[in-house]
Design a protein around this ligand. Sequence first.
Ligand SMILES: C[S@@+](CC[C@H](N)C(=O)[O-])C[C@H]1O[C@@H](n2cnc3c(N)ncnc32)[C@H](O)[C@@H]1O
Length: 282
Amino acid sequence: MVSTHHVDPANAEQARAWDGTEGAYWAAHAERFEPALTDYEDAFFAAAAIAPTDRVLDIGCGTGVSTRAVARRASAGAVLGVDLSSAMLEVAAAAVEREGLGNVAFVQADAQVHPFDAGAFDVAISRTGAMFFGDPPAAFANIARALRPGGRLALLVWQPFERNEWMVEIMGALTAGRGLAPPPPDAPGPFSMGDPDRVRSILTSSGFADVEVSGLEERIYFGTDPDDAHRFVSGLLAWRLEELDDAARACALDALHRTMRAHHTPVGVALGSAAWLVTAHT
Ligand SMILES: C[S@@+](CC[C@H](N)C(=O)[O-])C[C@H]1O[C@@H](n2cnc3c(N)ncnc32)[C@H](O)[C@@H]1O
C-alpha cells in the first residue's frame, strides 16, 4: 500500500480521527460496519454500473467492502481504494489478499488533494466516504479531474440527521433527554451532503454534469441481539460517554439498551435510515 500522508489542512481533524481512534474502532469491527448497509447495495451498485474493463476509484474506501464488490465486477479492469485511515486500509488489504483479488490497490491519502493521474478512472464511487471533506468543491474537482471525460460518479450519502432514525434514537439515548444539538448541516461529517441543492451546487461547480439525487430508505443493522448491538454502539460512541459523569453515563447506557431492545427484529437489531444516491458524470 502506498502512503502519501499529504493531508489538506482543512481535513487535518478528520485525518486525526480516521487515522486515530475512530478508524481503529472501524478497523477492529469491520465485520459489523461492512454488512450494516447491505440493504443499500443493490441500488448503489446498479447506479455505479461497473463494466468488466472499468478502472474504478473508491473514495473513502475504509475497510474495502465496496472496493472488493466493484473489483469482482471490474474483473478485467482495476480498482484503487483511497482512504485516510492506515488501520482500515490494513484490514482492506488483508481482505483483498484473502479473496485473491488481483486488480485492487490502495493508497492512504486525502482524496481532496491526492494527485491522481488525470483521466485515469472510468468511475468514482463512494459508500458514505465522501461527506467528510473540509473543502467539498476542491475535493470533487480533484475527483472530476481523475475521471476521464464522460466518467461516472456514484455516491451513497446520508440524508439529514432528522431523517435518520438510527442517529436520532442513538444520540437521543446517549444524551438522555438533555437536548440534542444536531451537527451543523454543512460541516464535514455524516450529514454534510444531506441537502440535495447543496450537493447539486457542489458537484456542478466541481465539473460534474447531470447530477441526480434520489432518495432511499433502508434499515441498517447494529447487531444480532440487543446486548450485542449495545456493546457495539456504546463502543462506537464511547467519546460521547466520556463527556458524562458516572450517573449520567449509567443513565445513557440504560437508555441505549432500551433503544436496542425496541428495535430487535427477527433479522437482528435494525433501525431506519435514509440516504441519497447521487449520480453524475464528467
Ligand atoms: C463512514 S466511513 C465509510 C467507509 C467505507 N466506505 C464503508 O462503506 O465501510 C468514511 C471513510 O471516509 C474516509 N475519509 C474521510 N475523509 C477522507 C478524505 N479526505 N480522503 C480519503 N478518505 C477519507 C475515512 O477515513 C473513512 O474510512
